[in-house]
Design a protein around this ligand. Structure first.
Ligand SMILES: *Cc1c(COP(=O)(O)O)cnc(C)c1O
Length: 446
């Protein structure tokens, strides 16, 4: 499955279900889901180029991203513009900080415009699609279902881009107040719909619209949900950067704890490790949604409805990226289970972890990052002395309804996100009805 750099010249993307034609990267990016219902994966995962990465400074996130993606794109249409696209995507820092206990580390992924890790890949996707767009092409509408963070990241990434509109669908009343405000605050070419249903209903609406050939003939549609390759592969940049830097400085590998919902960002870490980057163990931290934990404990995969928790961006009952994990494991569930560990953190533990975090670790976590810290605490209690980095997936100030009462000093949202909160916000109501969604899509706005 690991290709040599020469083989990677013909980089192509295939479906996890094996029944769709192989496509170059940019075509797979535009397609979103494969025609056979599977998810796109690289036909072969190239080895990373140690000599190329050695010349990139320790702090150059955009350069690291471009060096990693180059063999994955091969001779794609985007390759000649790769540096510029990565520069646009990785325009903020992702620092690694030491925590109080020696060997404990914290990687802050939340310094982008919407204060969650999804900004990096959403910006990559937007910059790539804008690069691929020809001047005379009809406007494209990006449809995105969100439980909060995805919608804001995609909205921010496409806001004001000529030739694109974004329609965000979120479950009314099931998203934090700050997230809700941010989703409706873009205006212009980005609109929010508050759906009278669950996140799964929002996803079903998006799928139904994407599957409606007549609608798509009238209104060219794209999707930016986490199954998109453009949302997955760019996330390899930060584990690569920190793993290489850590190995150079300490002579051994850094291990990672990843708060997980649909395994998107954890898979990027596993892909980076499979490409040969010096990444040690990977441990997933999930909330009370049991699908991943049960699968890793040995049960057959069984998707179900999501359970609402305090870590709402991880409320995923049917993590579709398990298909990509199985692909990475050559189709063998036992091998897949050996690639990564998983631990479950319930809401009560999320609260106690947040409440104790400033004194214990010196940081203020969001509810998702708190799941990661709780897993770290459990590893330490069991006597593990290795170096572990917890990824802080969002800023605590984005979830003040949960974190505010638990933290000694309520964290102010970071400036870019605060600016969004200061704007007026508007969302239109939508029933769980694809005809009603079609009407909004056919309207002239943005
Ligand atoms: C999306 C999200 C997650 C889960 O990421 P996956 O890639 O779906 O595993 C975790 N934390 C935050 C803050 C998120 O926005």
């Amino acid at each position: 499955m690991i290709a040599s750099p020469a083989e990677a010249l013909a980089a192509r993307y295939v479906s996890t279900r094996g029944a769709s034609p192989a496509l170059p990267f940019s075509a797979a990016l535009g397609a979103g889901l494969a025609a056979d219902g599977g998810l796109y994966v690289p036909e072969r995962l190239p080895g990373f180029d140690p000599a190329g990465l050695a010349t990139i400074p320790d702090t150059d996130l955009a350069g690291t991203l471009a060096a990693l993606l180059r063999p994955l794109l091969g001779a794609d249409d985007l390759t000649t513009r790769l540096e510029a696209i990565c520069g646009e995507a990785a325009s903020f820092d992702i620092p690694l900080l030491p925590l109080r206990v020696p060997g404990d580390h914290w990687i802050e992924l939340f310094h982008g415009p919407t204060a969650a890790f999804k900004d990096l890949a959403a910006r990559f996707l937007a910059a790539s699609l804008a690069t691929l767009r020809t001047a005379d092409a009809p406007p494209q509408t990006v449809l995105v279902a969100t439980s909060g963070d995805t919608g804001a990241a995609v909205g921010a990434a496409f806001h004001g881009r000529a030739g694109f509109r974004v329609l965000i669908l979120y479950p009314d009343g099931k998203v934090s107040p700050a997230q809700t405000h941010s989703l409706g605050a873009f205006g212009g070419n980005v609109r929010a719909l508050r759906v009278a249903g669950s996140f799964d209903d929002c996803q079903r609406l998006v799928k139904a619209a994407l599957g409606d050939a007549r609608l798509r003939a009238d209104v060219p549609l794209l999707t930016a949900n986490s199954i998109s390759l453009g949302r997955l592969l760019p996330q390899m940049a930060w584990p690569a950067l920190h793993a290489l830097r850590f190995q150079r400085r300490h002579g051994h590998k850094l291990n990672f704890i990843i708060p997980s919902g649909n395994l998107g960002h954890a898979l990027a870490v596993l892909f980076a490790r499979a490409m040969g980057l010096p990444i040690g163990e990977v441990m997933l931290a999930t909330n009370a949604n049991p699908t991943l934990a049960e699968f890793f404990e040995g049960a057959p995969y069984r998707g179900r409805d999501a359970i609402p928790t305090l870590a709402n961006a991880m409320d995923v009952g049917a993590p579709s990226n398990v298909e990509r994990l199985l692909w990475l494991a050559g189709g063998d569930a036992a091998v897949a289970r050996s690639l990564v560990g998983v631990r479950r953190i319930d809401d009560a533990r999320i609260r106690t972890t947040i409440a104790a975090a400033e004194a214990r670790h010196g940081v203020a976590p969001c509810p998702h990052s708190a799941c990661g810290l709780a897993v770290l605490e459990d590893l330490r209690s069991a006597g593990d002395r290795r170096d572990w980095a917890v990824t802080a997936t969002a800023h605590a100030g984005k979830f003040l309804d949960v974190t505010g009462p638990l933290l000694a000093s309520a964290p102010a949202p970071p400036p870019a996100f605060a600016a969004l909160l200061a704007r007026p916000s508007h969302a239109m109501p939508l029933a769980v009805d694809v005809t009603a969604l079609g009407r909004v899509l056919r309207e002239d706005w943005g």
